[in-house]
Design a protein around this ligand. Structure first.
Ligand code: FCB
Length: 524
């Protein structure tokens, strides 16, 4: 089947509020691409031997996902992958970050299903033919339900099953894929899944979240060891999701402690074991009553801190936190930074942050309610480099960054999404700021190639550069896709003079550092 794809002339993109004032050049070896994940795009739920993951079960649970949406069909990428690769090629993507589905490769977490691997082989071969570098993620949250029934990530035996699955994927694709990341955002798998309950499997236990976090880290470390032993030339690592936690009042000790807890239980709880071979002492103290240490066996931290080559950085927004609840002073202020997707009861995903409150940051927000804060990305990259990645000689890549907005298609299905265009430009500018500050950031993947199943939000939130009409599966590149394609083609980043269009509060714009004629760039 061929996906229908509409094309539009790149000139569609220039609107009055995105007139380019200056441009900045991108380092020649900086890689630009897009990211997706298996459950969010593939569909083909039971095809060619695939069995259910925790996300199939969860999505089919009444009330768990907005509008009862599921990933049964999603973007039908399983059947349309060839056209999707062609679409990426036409947009000039240099790299594609995707995940393999554990339940397709090892149904029920058991023996290998050759047909599942055939699909990823076809995908990888098409990418290579299109000159798009594959970046493979082994786990983007789709644990086989059969393994969840045995305890899931709270059980240590899941680690062994994960290593078997990882090696099966490597057996087939190890000769063609050079960048392998084990996990995507273990914070979400552990704490949104087992503690907060907003994600599959929908648990509500702080202790389970901590057990899951430790076993996820162990699965990461074991897999890196095994893959490294097979092939020393592979680039190995994982992707973490980060926040930049700022106290509402930096003078207030309670607010500073709130920021410390969020930083500890979101960022450092993963960074420290991986880069320093130890959980942070303050986090261990905060969670002392929750049994984490019972799961840490001798040698675990040595395994977890096995050296890696790449750290994937997912950044969407920072958080402004306090020991005091926010008091709404206006209607806009009453919108919290993050709202639950459904009425299903959930609790804080942080295992030990009771009494910590997120306040509106005063920044404009995306349709997820997430504040748009590009300078936070610069600060994050600088900090990661200085405190963790730099000393270990590990390269940084932004493996996800993107925005959902309430897109309005015209009668041809075209979306003139200048908010998203400005968002991407502002965040790429923030990455360039970090590079200019001396941080080796090697690449950027926009989340996502196309609109897709946004977890508990179902199809209600659209992050794509490409619009998907879910009735017809028609793909239509949005204005932001054309703008991004032009950035890739020209290696120059236009800096919008009106960063407010991205909701950005601070500008990374400077003078035209390279002296190029911006008007010429728009014509390019
Ligand atoms: C990240 C996930 C990704 C997507 C974006 C919006 O946390 O890794 O799958 O849902 O958020």
């Amino acid at each position: 089947m061929t996906a229908q794809t509409r094309t539009h002339s790149p000139s569609t993109v220039s609107g009055p509020d995105l007139v380019v004032a200056q441009t900045r050049s991108l380092p020649q070896d900086f890689v630009l691409g897009v990211a997706t994940a298996a459950y969010q795009i593939e569909g083909a739920r039971h095809e060619d031997g695939r069995t259910d993951s925790i996300w199939d079960t969860f999505a089919h649970t009444p009330g768990a996902v907005v509008a009862g949406d599921t990933g049964d069909v999603a973007c039908d990428h399983y059947h349309r992958y060839a056209a999707d690769v062609e679409l990426m090629r036409s947009l000039g993507m240099q790299s594609y970050r995707f995940s393999t589905s554990w339940d397709r490769v090892c149904p029920d977490g058991g023996p290998v299903n050759a047909k599942g691997l055939d699909f990823y082989e076809r995908l990888v071969d098409s990418l290579l033919e299109a000159d798009i570098a594959p970046w493979l993620t082994l786990y983007h949250w789709d644990l086989p339900q059969a393994l969840e029934d045995l305890g899931g990530w709270t059980s240590r035996s899941t680690v062994d099953r994960f290593v078997e699955y990882a090696l099966a994927v490597h057996d087939r694709l190890g000769d063609r894929v050079s960048t392998w990341t084990t996990l995507n955002e273990p914070w979400c798998s552990a704490f949104l899944g087992y503690t907060g309950g907003e994600h599959a499997p929908g648990g509500s236990s702080p202790a389970d979240g901590l057990a899951a976090a430790h076993h996820l880290l162990l699965a990461h470390g074991r897999t890196v060891q095994e893959l490294r032993a097979r092939d020393a030339s592979l680039e190995l690592g994982l992707t973490l999701n980060f926040t930049v936690a700022d106290p509402v009042d930096p003078q207030d000790a309670g607010d500073r402690d709130a920021a410390r807890r969020i930083d500890g239980q979101m960022n450092r709880i993963f960074l420290d074991p991986i880069f320093r071979g130890a959980y942070p002492a303050d986090v261990l103290e905060d969670v002392r009553h929750l049994g984490l240490e019972d799961h840490i066996l001798d040698g675990d931290l040595d395994v977890i801190s096995t050296p890696i080559d790449v750290l994937g950085v997912n950044y969407y927004n920072g958080s402004t936190v306090s020991a005091r609840p926010a008091v709404a002073t206006s209607v806009a202020d009453s919108v919290p930074d993050s709202v639950p997707a459904t009425a299903r009861p959930t609790r804080s995903p942080f295992p030990a942050a009771d009494g910590v409150h997120t306040h509106p940051s005063g920044l404009p927000t995306t349709s997820m309610g997430w504040p748009v804060q590009p300078e936070g990305l610069t600060r994050l990259l600088v900090r990661l480099h200085e405190e963790y990645a730099g000393p270990a000689g590990v390269a940084l890549h932004v493996t996800e960054n993107g925005a959902a907005f309430d897109d309005v298609p015209d009668d041809r299905g075209f979306v003139d999404d200048r908010h998203r265009t400005a968002y991407v430009r502002a965040h790429l500018g923030a990455v360039l700021d970090a590079i200019e500050a001396g941080v080796p950031v090697r690449g950027y993947f926009y989340w996502s190639l196309m609109d897709n199943f946004e977890w508990a939000w179902g199809y209600a939130k659209r992050f794509g550069l490409v619009r998907v009409d879910y009735d017809t599966q028609e793909r239509t590149p949005k204005a932001s896709a054309l703008d991004y394609a032009r950035v890739i083609a020209t290696r120059r980043l236009p800096v919008p003079w009106d960063l407010q269009a991205a909701g950005a509060s601070s500008s990374s714009a400077g003078p035209d550092r390279d002296g190029a004629d911006p008007a010429a760039q728009l014509q390019a």
